[in-house]
Each structure stands twice: as structure tokens, then as C-alpha cells.
Design a protein around this ligand. Structure first.
Ligand code: COA
Length: 445
């Protein structure tokens, strides 16, 4: 079977930066360590007044196509993943297609376009749609352009305000890819949940604590479903584990559970049994509460072992590199984790070709998906040209007063308008409203 996966990626960050442990914690009278230690976040990326999901998505896509010298005629579908859409009918991909046509030769007239919704999961679902389309040989030799783009803003005063972010990732999915190839197997854990939703409203209704529990439960089910197809897994069979990262502290919780699950029945598991005793099993306890108490205590002890700490430092922590600087980018967050891992490997000059990644995606509502990816021979060149951190370094840091105005400007129910805080250059910008209430865009040279 031909290999299908991600050929190239590009990232576009919102151009403003809010210092969380500094500016945000100080105004809210919070301990900065809630951010640096608890959540694992140093800053949020936020959109300037001329940025939105279309500009960020179009800028990421334009960057990707220009850098890889890919013409519009080489694209057969444009799928956008977002949970920040502003239109219940016209998909964001049509706006982005229009933007690209305005500056590139050729058209996207014969390109299939859509928009996928499943909270933060839909970027991964778009990748899977592209995989199926190519595997079914319906692509006529063309690649799929998958774009995840979000302005992850919460209502002022909501606990989620601590984990905001804004940005986009564009990915080219093709046969014989340069970066990573997807596994045929996918594990799913899905259940009707109300942990996070936006019933025709801009800012989410979120039960943050519950969403953490649902994330962990669905992720475990997805892992079991994946193992049912692949057979037993070993934590050290994967070079990195990029997971959905609403904030790095969430991944810390998920990682130890994934380690506990996959180490069972391995030689490393036997070694850990000698060190801290066997993993508790339900059958050994009279009540569910006693079992939960025992498994919690065991998991805390496991997280303290040398074997776990080494595994986490080498294979999980590097995946948090970008997220810790930008906050939650919803549909893009797991894709930032993959990029972070590959950047780490490139920085350490690792030989990664043929190694595998265990990729865990999650969307509230809720569904988790786990698949594996095999790193391809062209990965180092493909990731070397992404230049995400230089873009993050160029963000303009904002004061709390500016943050309040930025938030209000992007609030659909507010009349507040503000002058931009940065100067756009070589990018798409929001250019006001058209006669049918449509948002309009132009390219600034
Ligand atoms: N030093 C070290 N750690 C600290 C700290 C300090 N001074 N102050 C707080 N912390 C820790 C807390 O113990 C907590 O860690 P824990 O979850 O392991 O217990 C963490 O920092 C966050 O603090 P908390 O008081 O729980 O923050 P919060 O009430 O602002 O809520 C979220 C955090 C993530 C629940 C909230 O931001 C949210 O609702 N986010 C949106 C939903 C979301 O992202 N869900 C994730 C699943 S997709």
C-alpha cells in the first residue's frame, strides 16, 4: 500500500503576545506559578484587530504553498478545521480559497472545499478525510490542503481565559510524503458529553474540570481501541507522543496514564513492579472507591520513578515546546505538538527516519483519536523550513489595557474597534464588511 501523510507544514501565529505569569497573573492577583508550573504556559498568542480565522488560515496556507513551490493546480481539496467559525453556511475554506486565488496564479475552481467541526479534534479528522480520498485514488494525483485555524477566546472572567490562544497550521497531505506517513489503524473513544460547547454563541460554555476528566477517559478508550488493532504497545516504541495540548499541564496528566497503560506486560513493567509493586487491579478491591484511591497512589508513585521521568523528558516534554509559548490553538494544538517534536529532533540532530510517533487527538463533546505516524526520509528539510519560533519572537507584547481592547474588538457582541497594534506586511488582512454581511479580505504587500 502506498504511504500517505503530511508532506509539509506551515504555521501562522496571532501577532500579539500576552505574558501570562507576568501581565495576566499580576492583574488577576494570581501566583505566576499557576501558569509556569501548574498549567505550563508562559504566554498566549492573540490576534491583532485585522486578524481572524480566515487571515491566519490563509497566511499559513500561502506560506506553505509558496515555500514548497506548490501551485493551486496541484491541490484537489481544501478542508478547514475550526471551532471558531462565524458563518453557519459558507465555509471558511471558500474565503481562504478566494484569498489564495487573489495572489497566486491559477484557480481553485475544481477544488472540493469543506469545513469540519468536532471541537479540537477536527484537524485530525480532516487529515483522515484526505488520507481516505488519496487511498481511494479519487485525488487525480493532487494533494489535499488541510488548514486548522482558531481564535480560542473565552468570556472575560471565565477560567478558560488562562488558556487562550490564536493561530493556524496548514498541512499538505499527499502520497509519498516528506514528513510523516499515517498508520492505517486508528483508535476511537467517543461519547455524548457536555464538557465544552458553544450553542450558537461565540465564547464557550465550559466545565473545565470535567473536560479534563473526559479528555483522559476518551483518550484511554481510544488507546484500547488502537491496541485492539495493533496488538500490545510499548511506551519506548515511539520516539515522541504528540497529544492534544489545551495547556501542557493537561498532557502531563495524560502522559502518565498512557505510560501506565502501555508498560503493562513488558520487561520495563516487570522492572517497575519490582521497584514500586504491581499495578492495582479492580478485582483486588471490594469497592470502586478503594480501587480508585489505590490506582491514584500508584500513579503518583509511577510518575516519580526514574524510568517514567526519563521517558517523559525525552518523548513528551519536547512536544510542548510551542504550546507553552502560545496557549491553546484548539484544532491546531496536536499539530503544534507534532511540529514541536520534530523541531526537537532536528535541534538534537537525531536520526528519526523510520521512527514512529503516537499521536493523540481530542475534541470536547467528546471524541479522542489515536493513530501512529512513521517519520519519512525528508523530515529534516521539511521541518527545518517551518521557522515558527522566529515568528513567535516577532509577536508584539501587549499590556493588560491593550489586552482588554483586543478581547473586546474580537467580541462579536461588542461595538469596540481599535487601531492595529502591529503593521501587516506580505499577508492577508480583514478589510471590513461586504453588502451581504460577508467579511472581506485583501493582501497587504
Ligand atoms: N503553583 C503550582 N501549581 C499551581 C499553582 C501554584 N501557585 N496554582 C495553581 N496551580 C495548579 C493547580 O493545582 C492546577 O493543577 P492540577 O490540575 O494538576 O490540579 C493548575 O495549576 C490549574 O490551576 P486551577 O486552579 O485548577 O486553574 P483554573 O481554575 O484556572 O482552571 C482550567 C484551569 C484548565 C480548568 C481552565 O483554565 C479551563 O477551564 N480551561 C478551558 C478548558 C480546557 O482547556 N480543558 C482541557 C481539556 S480539552
Amino acid at each position: 500500500m502506498q504511504s500517505i501523510g503530511i508532506d509539509a507544514v506551515a504555521v501562522w501565529s496571532g501577532k500579539l503576545k500576552l505574558d501570562l505569569p507576568g501581565t495576566f497573573a499580576a492583574v488577576n492577583n494570581e501566583d505566576p506559578e499557576k501558569y509556569t508550573v501548574g498549567l505550563g504556559l508562559s504566554a498566549s498568542s492573540l490576534p491583532d484587530s485585522y486578524e481572524d480565522i480566515v487571515t491566519m488560515g490563509a497566511n499559513a496556507a500561502y506560506r506553505l504553498l509558496s515555500r514548497t513551490d506548490t501551485s493551486l493546480s496541484a491541490i484537489g481539496r481544501i478542508d478547514v478545521a475550526t471551532e471558531s467559525a462565524f458563518d453557519n453556511s459558507k465555509p471558511v475554506s471558500t474565503y481562504i480559497g478566494g484569498c489564495l486565488e487573489s495572489v497566486m496564479e491559477g484557480t481553485v475552481r475544481h477544488v472540493d472545499k469543506g469545513e469540519r467541526k468536532f471541537a479540537c479534534l477536527s484537524g485530525t479528522q480532516c487529515l483522515n478525510d484526505a488520507y481516505n480520498w488519496i487511498a481511494a485514488d479519487r485525488n487525480r494525483g493532487r494533494a489535499a490542503l488541510v488548514i486548522s485555524t482558531d481564535t480560542a477566546l473565552y468570556a472575560r472572567g471565565d477560567a478558560g481565559e488562562a488558556t487562550q490562544g490564536a493561530g493556524a497550521v496548514a498541512m499538505l497531505v499527499d502520497a509519498d510524503p516528506d514528513l510523516v506517513a499515517f498508520s492505517h489503524e486508528r483508535g476511537i473513544g467517543s461519547m455524548d458529553e457536555t464538557d465544552f460547547l458553544k450553542p450558537n454563541q461565540q465564547f464557550p460554555s465550559v466545565d473545565g474540570k470535567r473536560s479534563v476528566q473526559v479528555y483522559l477517559a476518551r483518550m484511554r478508550e481510544a488507546l484500547e481501541d488502537f491496541k485492539a488493532q495493533t496488538g500490545p504497545l510499548h511506551p519506548e516504541h515511539f520516539a515522541y507522543g504528540p497529544f492534544h495540548t489545551p495547556y501542557p499541564g493537561m498532557v502531563r496528566k495524560a502522559a502518565v496514564l498512557a505510560f501506565r497503560n502501555t508498560v503493562r506486560g513488558t520487561a520495563l513493567g516487570d522492572q517497575l513492579t519490582e521497584e514500586i509493586g504491581p499495578q492495582p487491579t479492580r478485582a483486588a478491591f471490594e469497592t470502586e472507591d478503594e480501587y480508585i484511591e489505590a490506582i491514584r497512589a500508584y500513579t503518583d508513585e509511577l510518575a516519580d520513578t526514574e524510568a517514567y521521568r526519563r521517558w517523559y523528558t525525552e518523548r513528551i516534554e519536547p512536544t510542548l515546546r510551542i504550546s507553552s509559548q502560545v496557549g491553546n490553538w484548539y484544532t491546531s494544538s496536536v499539530h503544534l505538538a507534532r511540529i514541536s517534536a520534530l523541531l526537537d529532533a532536528a535541534d538534537h540532530d537525531r536520526t528519526l527516519t523510520g521512527d514512529r510517533l503516537l499521536v493523540g487527538s481530542y475534541g470536547s463533546g467528546a471524541e479522542a483519536e489515536i493513530h501512529a505516524e512513521t517519520v519519512q526520509p525528508g523530515w529534516k528539510d521539511a521541518i527545518g523550513s517551518v521557522a515558527v519560533e522566529s515568528m513567535l519572537d516577532r509577536r508584539r507584547e501587549i499590556t493588560f489595557d491593550e489586552y482588554e481592547r483586543v478581547h473586546a474588538t474580537h467580541n462579536h457582541d461588542s461595538e469596540v474597534e481599535m487601531e492595529p497594534l502591529t503593521t501587516p506586511s506580505e499577508e492577508f488582512v480583514f478589510d471590513g464588511w461586504g453588502p451581504m454581511g460577508e467579511r472581506q479580505y485583501r493582501f497587504v504587500s
